[in-house]
Design a protein around this ligand. Structure first.
Ligand code: IMP
Ligand code: MG
Length: 191
């Protein structure tokens, strides 16, 4: 490794990803990098000197949130919540349960909820409702991915990374049964 080699991307080899598991590439590593930089600049500008509290939803948004917070040129705090909605299935159970709550106080804060993907919108709708009840100064939503043609939820997604087609996707934090979060790109899961 040289000093200029800052990439930690997983290099595909004969066994990883497993043959037949990964289909069409939707978002490349380069596209993610560029978009995260843009979103970070936009959030920094919108914050206008106020210190946002990023609330990253475990586990899917961890990689996105880690990159996004480093793309915000200014003071920023991060906290985590875990919810269960899908289990290990690839379809929503429609049930959202808080598995880990925040350590931080939301009251009076400028909160930005960070999700990996908005599919049915159920998870985000639940969290928006839950946090709004704690009287933040402001509450915004940010999702790396939004599925095309999703039903318009009754909240607005303020910051969207990419729209993707209806296929189940993995990579850059998104998993299937906890695997493939470490892929540096976002692609269809075909396993
Ligand atoms: P929603 O509640 O239907 O909007 O689902 C959102 C949650 O489902 C996300 O936080 C993901 O954890 C999971 N999810 C939805 N679609 C995918 C996918 O294509 N790949 C991996 N996880 C997904
Ligand atoms: Mg998941």
């Amino acid at each position: 490794m040289t000093a200029s080699d800052t990439s930690n991307a997983t290099t595909p080899n004969d066994t990883f990803p497993a043959k037949g598991d990964i289909g069409e590439m939707y978002v490349t590593e380069e596209q993610i990098k560029n978009r995260v930089r843009e979103l970070g600049a936009q959030i920094a500008a919108d914050c206008d000197g106020r210190v946002p509290l990023l609330v990253a939803i475990l586990k899917g948004s961890v990689i996105f949130a880690a990159d996004l917070m480093r793309a915000i040129a200014g003071p920023v705090e991060i906290d985590f919540m875990a919810v269960s909605s899908y289990g290990d299935a690839t379809e929503s159970s429609g049930v959202v349960k808080i598995v880990k709550d925040l350590d931080s106080t939301v009251f009076g804060r400028d909160v930005i909820l960070i999700e990996d993907i908005i599919d049915s919108g159920l998870t985000m709708a639940y969290l928006v409702d839950h946090l709004a009840g704690q009287q933040p100064a402001s509450l915004k939503t940010c999702s790396l991915l939004v599925r095309e043609g999703q039903q318009a939820p009754d909240y607005e997604v303020d910051y969207v990374g990419f729209e993707i087609p209806p296929a189940f996707v993995v990579g850059y934090g998104l998993d299937v049964a906890q695997r493939y979060r470490n892929l540096p790109y976002i692609a269809a899961y075909t396993g």
